[in-house]
Design a binder for this molecule. Structure first.
Ligand SMILES: C[S@@+](CC[C@H](N)C(=O)[O-])C[C@H]1O[C@@H](n2cnc3c(N)ncnc32)[C@H](O)[C@@H]1O
Length: 313
């Protein structure tokens, strides 16, 4: 029998795939984001499981980042492995009178693509205002807002530190990684967290990634990513929620962590949940529960007394 090769995607292409899933959910009215289509056009319809999963993920990240910015007088928000993330633009549009710096970091090849798309988009250019591009770095500045987008491998901790030198390290800082760290070896993530917690005394860290690689679904998930060319090289070192929690507790004295199956119920607005559950019929509850128990979100704070936002609503 003829063997079909899977569509190969490398880690630097995973962001486009994530954006396509997001756009499909947006088009089916799960949530609003007028900026994603500035980066990727023409997507096919995704499955209801993907739509609900994306809705939950977007909701959590949007709420945490939004609450963080709204409650601080002045802060930094840093998106690691940002891909075609649109939260900086959504936040800029929402909080025109708040003072914050938004930083996005990804591999140089991804950032080159993002800069190209930004330059082609009238909508984004209007929002950014004046910007400067020098090598692999775009920076924009307006009265209250600073934006920095640059290419760097997150495994190069020292280089990353250098590239962040224009920031005020003393103000509250939220760093988030959305579906990024499983693609990076755990020793490199350890170096990264070690660095971030040293550089930023008032640090909150938000993370979404795959876990639970050892059961039947987990093994299949790991095999699929490997087969497609973007192996989950970081997944084995911290296979459970407890392992992730213990790891974060090395640097953070407050850690909240749940799988996405739980977060769907406890971290989203019940009215909004009712609304999206009417959008498309979903029979595959068993499949949903299994799939969502292989993705986690953690929220960690260096100092519990400075905690201003929770995963649970
Ligand atoms: C699945 S995408 C997620 C993109 C975005 N955070 C989102 O949720 O839409 C993973 C991203 O991590 C980035 N990435 C993976 N390894 C990286 C590394 N070593 N340094 C910087 N970025 C990395 C990839 O280039 C890609 O953009």
């Amino acid at each position: 029998m003829q063997q079909h090769n899977p569509i190969q995607i490398h880690v630097e292409d995973t962001n486009a795939e994530a954006t396509m899933a997001k756009i499909s959910a947006i088009k089916h009215k799960y949530f609003q984001d007028e900026f994603s289509e500035e980066f990727v056009k023409g997507t096919s319809k995704k499955d209801v499981l993907i739509h609900r999963g994306y809705w939950c993920r977007f909701n959590i990240f949007h709420r945490i980042v939004s609450t963080y910015i709204s409650k601080q007088q002045k802060c930094n928000v840093i998106s690691l492995g940002s891909g075609y993330d649109t939260l900086p633009y959504i936040m800029w549009q929402t909080y025109q009178n708040k003072e914050f710096t938004f930083v996005e970091v990804d591999l140089p090849v991804v950032v080159d693509r993002k800069i190209k798309k930004l330059k082609e988009s009238n909508k984004l250019k209007t929002l950014l205002g004046e910007y400067i591009i020098s090598q692999n770095k775009l920076s924009a500045k307006s009265e209250n807002k600073n934006y920095l987008l640059f290419g760097e491998d997150l495994c190069n901790t020292e280089q990353l530190h250098q590239s962040l030198q224009s920031l005020d390290f003393t103000i509250p800082t939220l760093v988030y990684a959305e579906c990024v760290l499983t693609y990076i070896k755990s020793e490199a993530t350890t170096r990264l967290l070690d660095g971030l917690t040293k550089w930023f005394p008032h640090l909150t860290f938000l993370n979404y990634e795959m876990f639970n690689p050892s059961d039947q679904f987990g093994k299949m998930m790991v095999r699929n990513f490997e087969y497609r060319g973007c192996p989950l090289v970081g997944i084995d070192a911290f296979p459970s929620l407890q392992a992730h929690k213990d790891r974060l507790n090395q640097w953070f004295n407050y850690v909240e962590i749940y799988d996405m199956k739980t977060l769907y119920q406890i971290a989203t607005d019940p009215e909004e949940r009712k609304r999206i559950e009417k959008l498309e019929l979903m029979d595959e509850w068993e499949e949903w529960n299994i799939m969502q128990s292989h993705y986690l979100v953690s929220l960690a704070n260096k100092d519990q007394t400075e905690l201003i936002v929770n995963l649970k609503v």
